[in-house]
Design a protein around this ligand. Structure first.
Ligand SMILES: NC(=O)c1ccc[n+]([C@@H]2O[C@H](COP(=O)([O-])OP(=O)(O)OC[C@H]3O[C@@H](n4cnc5c(N)ncnc54)[C@H](O)[C@@H]3O)[C@@H](O)[C@H]2O)c1
Length: 263
């Protein structure tokens, strides 16, 4: 018996990166998985889980589109009959300095990271309220809540918004024994981290990755499976008295009080 045995988990943005890591770990702990992603690669992700002996389904869904989200959640209920855990993981980042940022670039990030999280929660929550149980885990970030770099005004705004959403929703649904928590990753080695490295240094993205690793006390970027294990804890029965809070997973990157010289 795994800590997620008998539970159904919906993970958004599960085709790759953190979402796929979370899906793999939840499946390892016994959950049945519903993978939602805008990319068709989500079918390969579900296939990989099935080949490893897990139960998984995939639905191509743009979380910014409420009609698609409703259809996807209905499909999950038709297939599995319940939703125990929702992991709002799908997110995007586009770097641009504030004065140069087109409103369309801002809206792209707001619509996926904030409105998308809102949409999937709106569609899935009634199925948790009905059974007076559930776990919602939202992927925020250390960006916007604790730290920020240039070019991140839109992204940082969305990640802080996800934390505010987490706290307020946790207050509302506690009466139904549903918990809502946020995970705040630092640098995790995903396609998103590679994209940031590529945008920051098109000629030598690896130097950016190495530079980031050098500034992390644990000396490396995080692994998607490490994020998965934290989410699995927050999704399990063992986390029953934790709600409305945030857990940082960053290898200590937000820790240094003094910037090292010469690095
Ligand atoms: N990688 C990091 O260092 C890091 C750090 C802090 C927070 N996060 C957060 O973790 C989450 C996942 O990030 P990642 O690094 O794995 O990103 P990623 O770009 O590697 O993967 C994101 C996934 O989301 C999917 N997606 C994008 N738009 C979507 C939409 N409209 N509807 C459905 N799916 C969509 C993509 O297809 C992709 O599969 C994000 O919320 C991000 O903000 C990541």
């Amino acid at each position: 018996m795994g800590k997620m045995t008998g539970k159904v988990a919906v993970v958004t943005g599960a085709a790759m990166g953190n979402g796929f890591g979370i899906a793999k770990v939840l499946a390892k702990h016994g959950a049945k998985l519903a993978l939602l992603d805008i990319s068709e690669k989500v079918f390969e992700a579900a296939e990989e889980l099935k080949q490893n002996g897990h139960e998984a389904m995939a639905v191509v869904t743009d979380i910014a589109n409420m009609a698609q989200v409703k259809t996807a959640i209905e499909e999950v209920i038709e297939t599995y009959g319940q939703i125990d855990t929702l992991v709002n993981n799908a997110g995007v980042v586009r770097l641009a300095n504030f004065l140069d940022m087109e409103d369309s670039v801002r809206d792209f990030q707001f619509n996926i990271n904030i409105v998308g999280t809102w949409n999937v929660t709106k569609a899935a929550l009634p199925h948790m309220v009905q059974r007076s149980q559930g776990r919602i885990v939202n992927l925020s970030s250390v960006t916007g809540t604790m730290v920020a770099d240039e070019g991140e005004t839109a992204y940082a705004t969305t990640k802080a918004a996800v934390l505010g959403f987490t706290k307020s929703l946790a207050r509302e649904v506690a009466q139904h024994s549903i918990t809502v928590n946020a995970v705040l990753p630092g640098y995790i080695h995903t396609p998103m981290a590679e994209q940031i490295a590529q945008e920051s240094s098109p000629d030598n993205p690896q130097s950016v990755i190495d530079g980031i690793a050098g500034g992390v006390p644990l000396g490396r970027l995080g692994k998607i499976e490490e994020v998965g294990e934290l989410v699995a804890f927050l999704a399990s029965n063992e986390s029953s008295y934790i709600t409305g809070t945030q857990i940082v997973i960053d290898g200590g990157s937000t820790l240094p009080e003094t910037v090292s010289v010469g690095v």
